[in-house]
Design a binder for this molecule. Sequence first.
Ligand SMILES: [Zn+2]
Length: 361
Amino acid sequence: MLFQNIIGQNELKERLISLVKENRLPHATLLWGNEGCGKLALAIALAQYLLCSTRAANDACGQCLSCKQIQKLIHPDLHFVFPIVKNSTEPICDDFMEEWRDMVLTSPYFSYQQWMNKIGDGKQGLIYAKESEEIIRKLSFKGFQGEHKVMIIWLPEKMNAVCANKLLKLLEEPPEKTYFILVSEQPEMLLSTITSRTQMIHVPAIAYTDMLAATNESIARVANGNYIKAMQMQQPSAVNKEYFDWYRNLMLAVVRPHAVLDLKAWSEMLNEQGREEIKNFLSYAQHLTRECFILQLGHPELNYLEMHEQEFASKFARFLGVQNIEFIIETFTKAYNDVEQNGNGKIVLFDMGLQLKTKIR
Ligand SMILES: [Zn+2]
């Protein structure tokens, strides 16, 4: 991760760079700020700058061995700690390293919830006690490649108490040439004895002009300095377009009085996409229904609609209101659960359509 690839935050980048150049980077830094401000990306860029063997005045070189290893997240002196889920008795971060690399390399802008969805089906994540032994073990080695070692701890507020106390000990007597970079969304949840041993650096929300340069006006306005939100709005256009077409066809079959056969054909078409696709579509259907409802309430500024959805939504919104919104969302939820529990997709989807027909007109 190069500083130049991080959205906005120019002042902060300069500050971090000069801390390294002037040899003033404290052994423990705490980057804190709201979701989507880019603090993890900054932490990685800082680590890369620190470990780069031929760094330039305002960024890492991107070419040396160190840089290349960091760009694949395989540098032997760069360690990560992050919340994980309990899929075995004593899980450690290394068990999830493959998923972590995949996540960070896809984009270092992701939320705690997105991470949990990736590794634990929405379970709650923690940094478990066993991790502290790993931290101590990893830091007990000399730097493999250069003199410095860096440990990035993402969301230290998720550390269990035993682990937090061990970390505190390490911060009190830091191993030689080791830099801790803590990346936190809720520093107030950390032990004050920990925060007091770090240099706290606030990462502000991304400035509107920087967000505008990275996205477009309607997204920049709603995203409010949160690039994760911006990406969600921008994103999966290809997939999203397909789901949107399915949704529109469903709703056309629902609101037209004599379209039962269309509904049947629609159920059969969707059923052929397979269980996971059906579930994804049903989640999308809930999202789009909510968005249409918000539009109906007259709050376009709260909307997360993509361009191709907007026109349809503005026409469809009039079919929605307080009288049926809950029923519709529940009907999608029920279909989702039925499909998940191996219900016959064709029947579940057709039945769902018929149910919707009773309340959307
Ligand atoms: Zn380099």
